[in-house]
Design a protein around this ligand. Structure first.
Ligand code: AMP
Length: 676
């Protein structure tokens, strides 16, 4: 059997589609009631009560109660801890759903295998995914998650088949949603949705608390709101007075506090005028949506009221007064959502071909989907919107991501965001996904990334290189994401840059003995420190001639073994030859950065020539670091070094440290290394 489930914050309900009567019908709970409190109670003896029984316990103050946990759906927080076990909203929802399913199965005398579950239109990806998982944890299939206002419109539209554009005005306890829907004989098409998720019935309750307390303060100079328990009692009582004002013209509110007591009368007119700003706030949300869709009130045929707070008579009165539209209400407001879900469950049923053809439903996304990007000037992170809000779901946007030549990274991190702002930290950071498995030869890579909202409003990311699909894995969003508000250059990066390092060693006579041995030791540890897959080394000796002792390699053993081949005077006694042109040729044309480290202890014969060669290296973007030992010519070495502080003067004892300093600077990406 397929059912629709309205998984509400305070109450839930289950309905099925009755094929005999062609109508959705409610499946009552074991108390014979159409709606079940969304409450769970953990008793000291280890028993767990759900629904009506739990609600009774809640009123008696027995056990540990979990209510309104839907507000924490998908945020991973622990709502209740009991007997050493922690429960998230998703866990509690699964328990509630299991209870609803069992009762509904008893009522129908049939097993449930599929359910369409409703969520508020404003629910984001994590909340939708958690709702789906909670359903699946009960062992049923959840083929679809559907927005509550859409479900309400479906159950209304199903009964009223004339072509109409409806504005579904859904004012609940803590949230307000507006959805514009086009209903025709065979289809229900959601055109757009908008909401204010901190506005709801609780604000009307708060207005009553303010009304009585302000008067009390005036009269007795003490404020009942200063005492938390008194304030909480007043808030609970205010909800009751508010409901009374939905049927009575006035209500009398008694207050006793700190030995003072008084009664205040509040009329419905007064209540409506002191809460007009709240009604105006809902009007703004409606008009924002219509503006964004290029619609006017005259384009709306009817306003369909949904949500408990629309029982306040002032709501329909206010809406009629400024829209001039007909305001209608479901005969069964509390059940409309479950019934709409039941109709949808039937639509998604594989054997309901007749109905599927008779009714098409399309929905939209309430939030834009974006990706974290860097602004054009490179100075800040921005939310680059990929799929605009109010796009029809499912919806897909493909973007190309390019990796620059020289960047040898083997993974791409994508942060997805939901929200309308260009500022990432004003949005909800949905997920971090890591894309791997692409081929990167350092010559530049193009990856196609596909951002998708499925028909449940759940986000999916896919990636491919050409025709090849790539691995896309979700990773937890880091706890600290403040860097998204800062300069992109400051983000700690794990991007690997290929490095090509030519080590040029002076083999003239003066290096004989201790200097060459110290040089060999230092070069060995320099190579070991920097050695990784992306780093290649070449070893070049120079004197009166130049010799490439080892061509570029990233094999550490090969380069270390080649160090032994360095012999003083093997290239003549002096230093007439500059190794820079040779080094430039060895590392030129390689992807990544090029670095030449020159070690010398003397004064070179053809310095001008060497300076010219250094200029050529500089033009190619190669960094030259010159280490001078002993007699080395300081001003000359400064001339050939291509970066500030690129000429370092040291002693035999400190040579190892000097190479170490250079290795640290290179691996940190300092030393003015430029990617070519
Ligand atoms: P919902 O989330 O749709 O169940 O709506 C819950 C909100 O509706 C709460 O703020 C209730 O106080 C409010 N509500 C329920 N019944 C009435 C009523 N008869 N008059 C005014 N508000 C009501």
């Amino acid at each position: 059997m397929k059912v629709g489930i309205d998984l509400g914050t305070t109450y839930s309900a289950v309905a099925r589609y009755d094929k005999a009567s062609n109508k959705p019908v409610m499946l009552n709970n074991s108390f014979g009631k159409e709606i079940t409190p969304s409450v769970i109670c953990f008793l000291d003896d280890g028993d767990i009560l759900v629904g009506e029984d739990a609600k009774d316990m809640q009123s008696n103050g027995t056990g540990v109660n979990a209510a309104a946990f839907k507000r924490n759906m998908g945020d991973g927080s622990i709502v209740v801890s009991f007997n050493g076990k922690d429960y998230t909203a998703e866990d509690l929802s699964a328990m509630l759903l299991k209870h609803l399913i069992e009762d509904a199965e008893k009522a129908a005398g049939e097993k449930i295998d599929e359910a369409v579950i409703t969520v508020p239109a404003y629910f984001e990806d994590a909340q939708r995914t958690a709702t789906k998982r909670a359903g699946e944890a009960c062992g049923i299939k959840v083929p679809k998650i559907i927005n509550e206002p859409t479900a309400a419109a479906i159950s209304y539209g199903y009964k009223h088949s004339a072509d109409k554009t409806l504005l579904v005005y859904d004012l609940g306890g803590g949230t307000f949603d507006v959805t514009i829907v086009r209903v025709t004989k065979g289809s229900i098409e959601v055109i757009g949705t908008n909401g204010n998720h901190i506005l709801g019935g609780k604000d009307w309750d708060a207005a009553i608390v303010k009304f009585v307390c302000d008067r009390f303060v005036n009269e007795f100079d003490v404020d009942p709101r200063d005492d938390l328990p008194t304030k909480n009692e007043l808030i609970v009582a205010a909800e009751g007075y508010k409901k009374t004002l939905s049927i009575a013209e006035s209500v009398t509110i008694p207050i006793n506090y700190e030995g003072c007591s008084e009664k205040y009368t509040l009329t419905r007119d007064e209540f409506e005028s002191m809460t007009e700003h709240l009604m105006n706030a809902t009007k703004e949300v409606c008009e924002d949506l219509m503006d964004s869709l290029g619609m006017q009130w005259t384009d709306i045929d009817e306003i369909l009221l949904c949500g408990g707070s629309t029982r306040m008579p002032g709501v329909a009165k206010f809406l009629k007064s400024f829209t001039g539209r007909e305001v209608v209400t479901h005969s069964d407001t509390d059940l409309a959502v479950a019934k709409g879900a039941a109709i949808t469950a039937e639509l998604y049923s594989s054997n309901a071909t007749g109905m599927r053809a008779a009714m098409q439903v399309s929905d939209v996304t309430a939030h834009s989907l974006g990706a974290l990007s860097v602004s054009q000037d490179g100075k800040k992170y921005v939310n680059e919107i990929m799929i605009k809000r109010n796009s029809k779901v499912p919806s897909t946007c493909k973007k190309q991501f390019s990796i620059k030549p020289g960047n040898m990274t083997d993974k791409i991190e994508v942060y997805t965001l939901q929200g309308e702002s260009r500022i990432p930290l004003d949005c909800n950071v949905l997920a971090k996904v890591v894309i791997t498995g692409f081929y990167n030869d350092g010559k530049g890579v193009i990856i196609d990334i596909e951002y998708n909202y499925d028909e449940n409003g759940i986000v999916n990311i896919r990636a491919s290189q050409g025709e090849e699909p790539l691995d896309v894995k979700s990773e937890p969003v880091p706890d600290d994401i403040r860097w998204m508000g800062g300069d992109p250059h400051d983000k700690p990066s794990d991007v690997k840059i290929a490095k090509n390092i030519a080590i040029c060693v002076d083999l003239s006579r003066s290096m004989e003995g201790e200097p060459i041995e110290a040089a060999k030791d230092s070069i060995r540890s320099f190579v070991r420190t920097l050695s990784d897959e992306q780093t290649k080394f070449s070893l070049i000796g120079f004197g009166d001639k130049v010799k490439v002792v080892q061509e570029l390699t990233n094999d550490t053993d090969v380069i270390i073994n080649s160090i032994e081949e360095l012999k003083v005077k093997m290239l003549g006694r002096g230093t007439d030859a500059s190794p820079l042109d040779t080094a430039r040729m060895v590392i030129g044309g390689q992807p990544g950065v090029g670095i030449i480290v020159v070690l010398t202890d003397g004064i070179w014969g053809k310095r001008d020539n060497a300076v010219d060669q250094a200029l050529g290296c500089r033009t190619d973007g190669i960094t030259i670091i010159a280490i001078g030992l002993g007699e080395a010519d300081t001003s000359f070495l400064r001339q050939i070094a291509t970066v500030d502080d690129g000429a370092l003067f040291t002693t035999i004892d400190k040579l190892g440290d000097t190479f170490g300093t250079i290795a640290t600077a290179i691996s940190a990406g300092n030393m003015g290394l430029a990617v070519r």
